[in-house]
Design a protein around this ligand. Structure first.
Ligand SMILES: NC(=O)c1ccc[n+]([C@@H]2O[C@H](COP(=O)([O-])OP(=O)(O)OC[C@H]3O[C@@H](n4cnc5c(N)ncnc54)[C@H](OP(=O)(O)O)[C@@H]3O)[C@@H](O)[C@H]2O)c1
Length: 266
């Protein structure tokens, strides 16, 4: 059976690439989309795809009048929560790609999902390579408890550290918090030179032209080093495969799950 998707943020950098990825599958189809600026135009015209039907709506509430199985949230943090709650009220499962929702937002979303008997899958980074970075780093952190993280991004990226690195620091801290030989507060010189401490992990953020998004975990052990690094390219292609997996899996459980690895087998 085909999974019908309503895609909020369909004209965006990530949403339009996902819509084109969906169009190449046999089991998922986009039936509705949301964009204020493209409202009233056909999906086919906006996405430059011949074999897709439907009109873009200005709001999630309007788009949800068209029956769908899965609502994909790929807009902006300020409207994401209300879009998700509207989708649950309309009886759709929800995949959240938008970043910036708080833990309190997720608690409310989980409550609503449980009440409606629907699944919500929130994924801060749909890249399969990032999931593998997380899993490999978690494995190494079990054995090498001395590590720090470097967060690289373009000069214009305002939020720091990136959501991907925040999640990485949290995950590694849950495996084994790093052991600093010199406690950070006993540093001689500016404490800032040791980066920011997130969940007990030192994180160093660089914002430079010529960079996109990279994350590197550096492990240090007796007379040896190991580093694991992820580098994103400039397109949104890297996020398509994971988002398709999320759309296929979100109907298989009830309530909120966070992270793509929560629906993958390792
Ligand atoms: N999870 C992941 O792997 C992943 C990957 C990439 C991006 N993201 C996140 O996904 C979100 C979107 O990123 P992006 O780079 O695609 O942004 P973008 O290019 O600015 O696209 C945003 C989309 O949302 C629509 N939109 C924005 N505000 C809206 C509103 N109030 N009501 C209805 N539609 C609205 C925009 O259309 P209109 O302006 O015409 O309304 C556009 O279609 C961000 O939070 C980003 O951090 C996550």
């Amino acid at each position: 059976m085909t999974i019908r998707v309503c895609l909020a943020g369909i004209s965006g950098w990530a949403g339009s690439t996902l819509a084109k990825g969906i169009n190449q599958t046999d089991d998922i189809e986009v039936v509705a989309g949301v964009s204020r600026q493209q409202a009233g135009r056909s999906l086919s015209e906006v996405l430059d795809l011949a074999n897709i039907k439907g009109i873009i709506s200005a709001s999630a509430e309007e788009a949800l009048a068209i029956p769908c199985d899965v609502f994909v949230e790929y807009t902006k943090p300020d409207v994401a929560k209300s879009n998700v709650l509207a989708a649950l009220r309309h009886g759709a499962h929800v995949v959240i790609g938008t970043s910036g929702l708080t833990d309190a937002d997720y608690a409310e979303i989980n409550e609503a999902a449980l009440q409606q008997g629907k699944g919500v899958l929130a994924v801060g980074n749909f890249s399969m390579a990032v999931v593998l970075l997380q899993k490999c780093a978690e494995l190494v952190a079990k054995y090498i408890p001395q590590y720090e993280i470097i967060d690289y991004a373009s000069a214009g990226k305002k939020d720091s550290p990136s959501g991907t690195v925040r999640e990485l620091a949290y995950r590694l801290s849950q495996i084994q918090p790093p052991q600093n030989i010199v406690p950070i507060d006993q540093t001689q010189g500016p404490l800032e030179s040791r980066g920011v401490t997130l969940n007990g992990v030192q994180v160093h953020s660089l914002r430079l032209p010529g960079h996109v998004i990279s994350a590197e975990v550096l492990f240090g052990d007796l007379d040896q080093r190991l580093s694991i690094r992820y580098d994103a390219g400039i397109s949104a292609e890297a996020y398509v495969e994971g988002a398709l997996l999320a759309i296929r899996k979100v109907g298989t459980f009830v309530g909120l799950k966070r992270g793509l690895d929560s629906v993958m087998e390792f």
